[in-house]
Ligand binder design. Structure first.
Ligand code: ATP
Ligand code: MG
Ligand code: MG
Length: 288
């Protein structure tokens, strides 16, 4: 039981919320910072972002540290400056797997019962008659089906999770697909507070501009990265670009548009298209 007055560590623990990923992937660190389980790929992204125009929009990166025999990326806790924050994770892009993951999943496409079960848990009408009769779904089929259930394919982003200052937490947005439904969720998240919406919109516009001029962004397939929205009762509202675990460099000399349709082989991620839709969605919350 935590007693008032809270120590800095206690306050940090009370504030900390993780809306995605495995629980064991994060550890508390020194005041105002957190540790995320090391990945070579994500580390390289943070290193390259050190001299890129996106730097003001990503968590501060303080290098690799060892703790209890494991390696971690040491970074700023984005929630640290907030009082009882409201937090939302939006995963960006028209797909959330790498092209190479799809290719690998196709190598031995045998029907799997675990994926069949996962599919029927979300939608009993998901499997085809053949998949029902064999009680199995292949991995590539599952991956593509999952993206078609949420707004990932239709809007270029999806809501992963929301934690509100009242303590309620939701991560059951796997079937939230229509623009109407997404608007309702956003409305509930911001509590129809016009000044918070305005702050979010101006931050998103700044991010959009930074992305369009970023060398890093041009040269990477940005998959599974999120925009983390944070606001509290004081009226403070910020958006940050997080999670570079699957952000992958293109071969030398290649670049992406980020706003043209994905066709297998072109590696397009639809990030800018999704961001445009996200901005429009938030604008319609404001104008409703
Ligand atoms: P996944 O790939 O499944 O999305 P992951 O293990 O790569 O998960 P992240 O997506 O980076 O982890 O982070 C998971 C959650 O942890 C985020 O949704 C957010 O709630 C929280 N989080 C991540 N980084 C930070 C940060 N720097 N400050 C505050 N909260 C963070
Ligand atoms: Mg993530
Ligand atoms: Mg990740």
């Amino acid at each position: 039981i935590v007693q008032w007055p809270f120590s800095a560590t206690q306050r940090r623990k009370l504030n900390w919320v993780q809306l995605a990923g495995h629980k064991g992937n994060f550890k508390a660190a020194d005041e105002g910072n957190i540790l995320k389980k090391f990945s070579e790929n994500e580390m390289q992204c943070f290193e390259k972002l050190r001299d890129d125009g996106l730097l003001p929009f990503v968590p501060g990166y303080h290098g690799v540290v060892e703790k209890d025999g494991e390696s971690f990326l040491h970074m700023t806790d984005l929630l640290a400056d907030f009082e009882l924050p409201n937090v939302m994770d939006c995963k960006m892009g028209v797909r959330t797997y790498l092209e190479e993951e799809l290719v690998r999943a196709r190598e031995r496409p045998k029907p799997r019962e675990d994926l069949y079960k996962k599919m029927t848990e979300v939608d009993s009408a998901g499997p085809t008659p053949e998949e029902h009769s064999q009680r199995g779904v292949t991995k590539p089929r599952y991956m593509q089906w999952r993206e078609s259930m949420s707004s990932t394919n239709t809007l270029g982003f999806r809501i992963e999770g929301i934690k509100k200052s009242d303590g309620t937490c939701r991560t059951d947005f796997k079937k939230t697909r229509s623009k109407h439904d997404v608007i309702q969720v956003f409305k509930d998240f911001v509590g129809e507070n016009v000044s918070i919406i305005k702050s979010y919109l101006s931050r998103l516009t700044a991010i959009q501009h930074a992305l369009k001029t970023s060398e890093f962004f041009k040269q990477h397939e940005v998959i599974g990265s999120s925009l983390l929205f944070i606001h509290d009762h004081t009226g403070k509202a910020q958006v940050w670009i997080i999670d570079f675990g699957k952000t992958t460099a293109l071969p030398e000399g290649h670049t992406l548009n980020h706003d043209i349709p994905w066709q297998e082989g072109n590696r397009e991620d639809g990030y800018l298209w999704g961001l445009e839709n996200l901005i429009h969605t938030l604008e319609s919350v404001n104008n409703d």
